[in-house]
Write a protein that binds this ligand. Structure first.
Ligand SMILES: Cc1ncc(COP(=O)(O)O)c(C=O)c1O
Ligand SMILES: Nc1c(O)cccc1C(=O)C[C@H](N)C(=O)O
Length: 418
């Protein structure tokens, strides 16, 4: 038996200013969903909107929809809807492509602005695609123009001035580490990079929609992020890219496509980049997917991001308290920072049987995930995770650990996607 006071948790839910948001989402039956840091849940409005775009727009209005339903403006209108969630004034954010492709564009554009410098600094345990993009660009441009330098996150935090210096062209950092959930002090790191003339690209994959972000105030140069995690845009939903207004006039990105042309429908044989953030577009936007993102973002209307952050941290603190109270804290080594200010919206725990435990949790309808080599990750999405959810998750985990049900052979079997 677990020791969890569900009456107290129900009272916390009743007092939660964000509680009403939960009803906007389709929560899988009897399930505690702690994987919004990988794929956010569907909102009822998104499901309706996709139906409408398919049936009434594509179905009835067909090609007229590009004008009638403003399909052509979706990348910028969705970008402008994301902007306040990441602390950006309008006109600097556009929705398109994937984080990977947007990083390629941002890296190339940033390196062009940095005459004579070629070093791109990133952390060794950044999400791999971020590093692959630098490696790919280095292959294309040659090391004299682009050279990746990997540093340990701990070294960067201990002494940023030693790591970032006058030879650094670009610093590419993910605000919240996907494995550990550690949140970097972006404002301070950006200021330190700027002091030696380096530009900064921020990956907001685990930040946007999970906590306040202040790109303009931080004076970030470029940023990228996805919409399928905390923004609930759907599997493979298009990403976004931010370009600080001060860089727009000299901006040049290499995937120069017709949607980034100053006048796409002039069908000019010579590429003339749009002088706005639209230059970051390449080809035709994915209208169905982007409409889903557009609808999903409505869940954030009237949300105070500081309140969202407070709840995210309260949920993670509750998870830790309940692990402790149920005698589980000793078996799971928390690899996320103990200080809340240094955490994103997830907790990660090392355990030699993390994979099997994660599978047993999923079987018990607690959706968490596993990251190699031996980490169990739980993500908190304040718009739909309740305090009662956390109690239920720990109660189910406690049963799994007491009964050692995770030792069943079926929980050892590895799946392609973890
Ligand atoms: C920090 C980070 N960057 C990038 C990605 C992947 O980006 P995409 O698949 O949109 O290219 C992820 C996760 O999928 C991530 O966690
Ligand atoms: N982007 C993903 C995907 O397309 C399939 C499965 C998982 C993902 C992820 O979100 C991985 C992720 N960025 C992570 O934090 O581990």
């Amino acid at each position: 038996m677990s020791s969890i006071d569900f009456a107290t948790l129900a009272r916390r839910d009743a007092d939660d200013p964000l509680a009403a948001k939960r009803s906007l989402f389709k929560i899988p039956a009897d399930t505690v969903y702690l994987d919004g840091n990988s794929l956010g849940l569907l909102t009822h409005q998104t499901a309706q909107r996709v139906q409408e775009v398919v049936q009434a727009q594509w179905g009835d209005d067909a090609i007229k929809s590009w004008n009638l339903h403003d399909w052509v403006d979706l990348p910028l209108s969705v970008g402008n809807k994301i902007a306040p969630l990441i602390g950006a004034e309008p006109g600097q954010v556009i929705c398109c492509d994937s984080i990977s492709v947007n990083l390629f564009k941002a890296l190339s554009a940033a390196l062009r602005l940095q005459d004579g410098r070629n070093t791109v600094i990133s952390t060794a345990d950044n999400f791999p695609t971020d590093l692959y993009m630098v490696q790919g660009l280095s292959e294309l441009l040659g090391e004299q123009r682009c050279q990746l330098q990997l540093v340990d996150e701990a070294d960067l935090l201990a002494d940023p001035q030693r790591v970032i210096d006058e030879t650094t062209a670009v610093v590419l950092l993910t605000e919240v580490n996907f494995r550990t959930g550690r949140r970097l002090p972006m404002q301070q790191l950006i200021a330190q990079a700027h002091a030696v003339g380096a530009l900064v690209i921020v990956d907001l994959a685990h930040s946007a929609g999970a906590m306040p972000v202040a790109l303009d105030a931080w004076r970030a140069d470029f940023a990228v992020g996805c919409t399928y995690k905390y923004l609930n845009g759907g599997p493979g939903a298009p990403a976004f890219i931010y370009v600080a207004e001060r860089h727009l006039t000299q901006l040049q990105q290499p995937i120069a496509g017709w949607f980034g042309h100053a006048q796409p429908f002039a069908f000019d044989p010579i590429y003339q980049p749009s002088p706005t953030v639209k230059q970051m577009l390449s080809g035709t936007p994915s209208v169905l997917a982007m409409s889903a993102v557009d609808a999903a973002l409505d869940a954030f209307v009237d949300v105070d991001l500081q309140e969202l952050r407070n709840k995210s941290l309260a949920l993670s603190e509750l998870f830790l308290e309940l692990l402790e109270a149920n005698g589980l804290a000793g078996s799971f080594t928390c690899i996320s920072p103990s200080t809340t200010a240094e955490r994103g919206s997830q907790l990660s725990f090392a355990h030699p049987e993390a994979y099997a435990i994660c599978q047993a949790l999923i079987d018990a309808k607690v959706i968490a995930d596993f990251r190699a080599p031996n980490y169990l990750r739980v993500g908190f999405t304040p718009l739909y995770t309740s305090y009662t959810d956390i109690g239920t998750a720990v109660a189910r985990l406690s049963t799994i650990m007491q009964q050692e049900s995770y030792r069943a052979p079926r929980f050892q079997q590895r799946h392609a996607v973890t």
